[in-house]
Design a binder for this molecule. Structure first.
Ligand code: NAD
Length: 503
C-alpha cells in the first residue's frame, strides 16, 4: 500500500514527466522561451518528499533587462488595441486554463504541496474567473466629463474638461508561493485589461504553473512581449525588477518585509507600487454565534491550504461563555484533518511549501510552548523529509506573545477568551496588520456595528477567506495598500489624464 505521505501517480503527462526525471524550464521573453544568459539554475522540489522536479532559470541582470525591454517594445501595440480585442484574448486565456485545469492542479500540487482539491476546486477556478471578470472590465474603462468653475475663460468661450484612463505602462508583477496561479491571475488579468504589459516574477519555490500559464497565454494569442516571465531569486531577480528604470509599476504580493525592500528599491524612478502583504487576521466568535457553523468555519479559516493563506484566521477570540466548547471543537477539527501528499485523493492537507517554512512554523510552536502556552492539538512535524506540520491549536496565550502578534503562515491557531465586546475589538485591532477578520454571530446588529469597528481590508461575517473576482482584497496598516480583485484592482494599472479645453 502506498504511504499517504508519498505521491500517487498523477493523471497528466506533464506531472508524470516531472516525477520521472527533473525537467528544464526557460524564461519567456518577447514570445520566445530561452535559457538565462548566465546559465544559473535553481532546483524546484516536491515539498512532500524533497524530490527535484525541475530546474528553473535563476535570471540575472541581462535577462531582466531583456524582459523589461520586450515589455516596453510591446506596450504601444497592446495599449492601442481596441479594448474588445484585449478582452477576447483574456477570455481565451480563461478558456484555456479551464480546459487544462486538471493538469494545472496537479502541477500546482507537485510544486507547492497543496491538497489537490484546493487548486482544482478553489484556486484555479478563481484564476479563470479573474481573466473572465477583467475581460469584461477591459471594455468598461471610463473617464468622466467634468463641469468646472473656471472664472477666467475668454468671453464667448466655454471650458470643456474631461478625464481619460490610460495604462500605467510596464508592470513588474512579483508574487509569492502560497497560491501561485490564482495570485498571478490577480495581477495579470487587470494589468492586461488596462493595456499594460507585464514582466512576471513567480516565487522561486513555485514557478511551474506560471510557466505553464505563459504557454497557455501564447496559445490564446497574446502578442509577443506583452507577458514576459523571469524566474529566479527574490534578492537578485526580484529586486532588479523593483529597481529597474524601465518598469513603471510594481504590483507585489508577499511578506511585509519584502514589501518594504520593494518600496526602497522602487524610489529611483518613483514607480507606482501596490503592496498586498502579510496578515494576522482575527476571528471573533461571539456568544450568540451558531457553533455548528462557527467551529468548522474557524478551523477552515486557519487550516485551509495548511494555513499558508495571507488572510488565514490565525488569532481566535472566543466569548468566555462558550470558550471550552469551542476550544474542544477546534481541537477535534484539527485532529480530524488527514495529512498526506497533495496528490493523494484522501489528503485534506499537504506539506508546507519547503523544509525552511516547516522548520520556521515548528519554531513558533516550540517558542509558544516554552513561553507557557498549551498545545491542545498538533504541534508536530512529520514525514521523512520533515515538511508536514500537524494542524495545531494553541491555548493559554497572552496578547504580547509572538504567536499572537506575528504571521506564522502555517496551520497554527492561537485561541484567547474574552468577556467584553469592546475589549475584543481593541484586541483585534492591536496589531501591525490589517488584512482581514471574521465575525461569527447571529446578531444583525453585531454584524453591522462591529464590522465597521474592525481595522481590516475585509471583514467576513459567518465565513472566512471567501474570495470572489468581484470583491476587492487588500490591507490597511502594514498589510499594504492597493487592492486586488474587483473594480478597485483596475485602478492599480490606470492613470488619470485630465483634458481641459477652451472651446
Ligand atoms: P516573500 O516576500 O518572501 O516573497 C514574495 C515574492 O517576492 C517572491 O517572488 C520573492 O522571490 C520576491 N522577493 C523576495 N525578496 C525580494 C526583493 N528584495 N525584491 C523583490 N522581490 C523579492 O513572500 P513569500 O514568503 O513568498 O510569501 C508569503 C507572504 O506573502 C506572507 O507574508 C503572506 O501573508 C503574503 N501574501 C499576501 C497576500 C495578500 O493578498 N495580501 C496573498 C498571499 C500571500
Amino acid at each position: 500500500m502506498t504511504d499517504i505521505l508519498e505521491a500517487v501517480r498523477p493523471a497528466s503527462a506533464r506531472a508524470q514527466a516531472l516525477l520521472a526525471s527533473p525537467q528544464t524550464f526557460g524564461l519567456l521573453i518577447d514570445g520566445q522561451w530561452i535559457q538565462g544568459k548566465a546559465g544559473s539554475t535553481l532546483p524546484s522540489l516536491d515539498p512532500a518528499t524533497g524530490q527535484v522536479l525541475a530546474n528553473i532559470v535563476d535570471a540575472g541582470p541581462q535577462d531582466v533587462d531583456a524582459a523589461v525591454a520586450a515589455a516596453r517594445r510591446a506596450f504601444n501595440g497592446w495599449a492601442s488595441l481596441v479594448p474588445g480585442q484585449r478582452a477576447a484574448i483574456l477570455w481565451r486565456i480563461a478558456d484555456l486554463i479551464e480546459a487544462n485545469i486538471d493538469e494545472l492542479a496537479e502541477l500546482e500540487t507537485l510544486d507547492q504541496g497543496k491538497a489537490l482539491y484546493v487548486g482544482r476546486w478553489a484556486e484555479i477556478p478563481g484564476a479563470v474567473a479573474q481573466f473572465r471578470y477583467f475581460a469584461g472590465q477591459a471594455m468598461a474603462i471610463e473617464g468622466r466629463t467634468i463641469t468646472t468653475s473656471v472664472m477666467y475663460q475668454p468671453a464667448g468661450k466655454e471650458v470643456s474638461a474631461w478625464t481619460l484612463r490610460e495604462p500605467v505602462g510596464v508592470v513588474a508583477a512579483i508574487v509569492p508561493w502560497n497560491s501561485p496561479l490564482v495570485l498571478t491571475a490577480m495581477k495579470l488579468a487587470p494589468a492586461l485589461a488596462a493595456g499594460c504589459t507585464v514582466v512576471l516574477k513567480p516565487a522561486e519555490d513555485t514557478s511551474l504553473t506560471a510557466l505553464r500559464l505563459g504557454e497557455l497565454m501564447q496559445e490564446a494569442g497574446l502578442p509577443p512581449g506583452v507577458l514576459n516571465i523571469v524566474t529566479g531569486r527574490g534578492a537578485t531577480c526580484g529586486s532588479m525588477l523593483a529597481a529597474h528604470k524601465g518598469v513603471d509599476k510594481v504590483a507585489f504580493t508577499g511578506s511585509t518585509a519584502t514589501g518594504r525592500a520593494i518600496l526602497d528599491a522602487s524610489k529611483g524612478n518613483l514607480k507606482r507600487v501596490t503592496l498586498e502583504l502579510g496578515g494576522k487576521s482575527p476571528v471573533i466568535v461571539l456568544d450568540d454565534a451558531d457553533l455548528d457553523l462557527a467551529i468548522p468555519g474557524v478551523a477552515n479559516a486557519i487550516f485551509f491550504n495548511g494555513g499558508q493563506v495571507c488572510v488565514a484566521g490565525s488569532r481566535a477570540y472566543v466569548h468566555a461563555s462558550i470558550y471550552d466548547k469551542v476550544l474542544e471543537g477546534l481541537a477535534a477539527q484539527a485532529n480530524s484533518i488527514q495529512l498526506g501528499h497533495g496528490l493523494n485523493p484522501g489528503s485534506h492537507m499537504g506539506p508546507l511549501v519547503s523544509l525552511k517554512q516547516a522548520e520556521r512554523v515548528e519554531g513558533f510552536v516550540q517558542r509558544a510552548r516554552a513561553g507557557g502556552a498549551s498545545i491542545v492539538a498538533g504541534g508536530e512535524r512529520l514525514g521523512a523529509y520533515g515538511t508536514f506540520m500537524t494542524p495545531t491549536v494553541v491555548a493559554e496565550v497572552k496578547p504580547s506573545m509572538e504567536i499572537v502578534r506575528e504571521e506564522v503562515f502555517g496551520p497554527v491557531l492561537a485561541v484567547q477568551r474574552f468577556d467584553d465586546v469592546n475589549d475584543v475589538i481593541a484586541q483585534a485591532n492591536d496589531s501591525d496588520y490589517g488584512l482581514a477578520a471574521s465575525l461569527w454571530t447571529t446578531s444583525l446588529s453585531h454584524a453591522h456595528r462591529l464590522s465597521r469597528r474592525i481595522q481590516a481590508g475585509t471583514v467576513w461575517i459567518n465565513t472566512h477567506s471567501m474570495y470572489d473576482c468581484s470583491l476587492p482584497i487588500g490591507g490597511v496598516k502594514q498589510s499594504g495598500y492597493g487592492r486586488d480583485s474587483g473594480l478597485a484592482a483596475l485602478d492599480n494599472y490606470l492613470e488619470w489624464k485630465t483634458v481641459c479645453a477652451v472651446v
